[in-house]
Write a protein that binds this ligand. Structure first.
Ligand code: ADE
Length: 415
């Protein structure tokens, strides 16, 4: 039995799924081949992801590949109720709704765990962490899992280091066909999509402060520049800071940038990044948003303490008034703005990420019993295969090395 908000929204959700399917050719190719070969026949798969149309389409592919599938959201504001409803209509078990409370979110995870999965896909590590803390008896049955994000991998590596990881997990985020495209171009575009949908404000001519210069931060900064903003990057890592400088951005400490920014985007994966001292220095009507996985980067408690609370002034926009009358606008309650206020990454990008997810599960299955309980890289040939399929789908041809060139690259002796 599923637990969703509203069954009647299914036609709208199906329409969204049909649209993305036509823009996800690699996943569509897998769907066609796995429908025939049914590699997951009889298996139970739990999926804990941002439940929007691209995710739903991937879940459909898993079902067509023979699996029983349970789906839960990986963030309270990223579930789209119409999409959840469409999946239930297609016979999947779904436990998720938009704006789930903390307790409801945990209940949904609990239901996914009670499905007794043998394989799982996680985004942020909540499901894996939940099973390891509350359902330890399930660990021996689980063939393996796969993780979508940088944040999730940080948690999983902490588990591995402590020696508590109970099954192998594929680090999909670290595959090149994932982070070079999804984290950079996906987050870059969808973050601005979310900010612009939420605010309907111009970015050109504004000062944008991007905090964190990993792959996601690079994308957010690059697209801000493309929109005509002046971009400041704040970063704690010296190498990434240097990289940001040579990429042509202004680099400075956050306290200095605080008084300059019109838009702030946190994308660090860390907690308490924008705090009271920064809020106190900000301009009237500064817009604060987060594109990192958890809502811990912008210190909401400090915002409340400074202002006494917020007033919702527009969908996804809360205004916090400082004692002197300045207003700070927080988007999407400080949750990932690209999913809270928009539809997440573009379909063509999630095509590669989700093709990798499906292939990672197949790899776990094909190597069942032979993999260590560790965080494992996606094999390079699988990563390259996804790139080849994507290029083919885009009608892009590339050159090949000649035998002579291969021999040259393999040689090392001096003439
Ligand atoms: N859609 C589904 N999962 C997503 C993710 N992790 N980031 C952005 N968009 C998504």
């Amino acid at each position: 039995m599923s637990s969703i908000r509203e069954r009647s929204l299914a036609p709208q959700g199906k329409e969204k799924m049909d649209w993305v399917r036509e823009h996800m050719p690699v996943l569509k190719g897998l769907e066609e081949s796995f429908r025939k070969s049914t590699p997951f026949r009889g298996l139970r798969i739990a999926v804990c992801l941002h439940l929007e149309a691209k995710t739903a389409y991937m879940c459909r592919v898993l079902k067509e590949a023979g699996a029983g599938v349970v789906v839960t959201g990986s963030n309270p504001l990223s579930t789209q109720d119409d999409v959840a409803s469409a999946l239930v209509e297609e016979g999947l078990e779904v436990h998720a709704w938009y704006n789930a409370t903390r307790e409801e979110y945990r209940e949904h995870l609990e239901k996914a765990a009670n499905f007794s999965p043998e394989l799982l896909i996680d985004d942020g590590g909540d499901l894996v962490s939940f099973i390891h803390t509350k359902y330890r008896e399930q660990l021996p049955r689980i063939i393996g899992g796969s993780e979508e994000t940088t944040t999730g991998l940080i948690r999983l590596r902490a588990m591995e280091k402590e020696g508590v990881l109970g099954f192998p997990v594929m680090a999909v985020n670290d595959a090149l066909c994932k982070h070079l495209f999804d984290n950079r171009y996906g987050t870059g575009q969808s973050t601005w999509d979310g900010i612009m949908r939420a605010t309907n404000l111009i970015v050109a001519g504004k000062d944008v402060v991007v905090i964190g210069y990993g792959w996601c931060g690079k994308g957010v900064a690059m697209r801000a520049r493309g929109l005509g903003a002046r971009v400041i990057v704040c970063e704690v890592d010296p190498i990434k800071s240097l990289e940001a400088h040579m990429d042509g951005f202004e680099v400075m400490p956050l306290q200095k940038a605080a008084s300059a920014g019109d838009f702030f985007v946190t994308v660090t994966g860390c907690s308490k990044v924008l705090t009271r001292e920064h809020f106190e220095a900000m301009k009237d009507q500064a817009v604060l948003s987060n594109a990192g996985h958890f809502d811990v980067e912008i210190d909401k408690e400090a915002l409340v303490a400074l202002s006494g609370g917020y007033r919702r002034v527009r969908k996804d926009v809360d205004a916090y008034a400082l004692p002197d009358g300045r207003r700070l606008y927080l988007l999407g309650e400080g949750r990932l703005v690209n999913l809270a206020a928009a539809d997440g990454h573009p379909a063509e990008i999630m095509d590669m990420s989700f093709a990798l997810q499906v292939l990672a599960l197949k790899y776990l299955l094909d190597n069942r019993g032979e993999l260590a309980n560790r965080v494992l890289p996606v094999p390079q040939d699988l990563d390259s295969e996804v790139a080849k399929l994507k290029l083919k789908a885009m009608n892009i041809e590339i050159d090949r090395l000649t035998d002579e060139q291969k021999a040259y690259l393999d040689s090392w002796e001096i003439d």
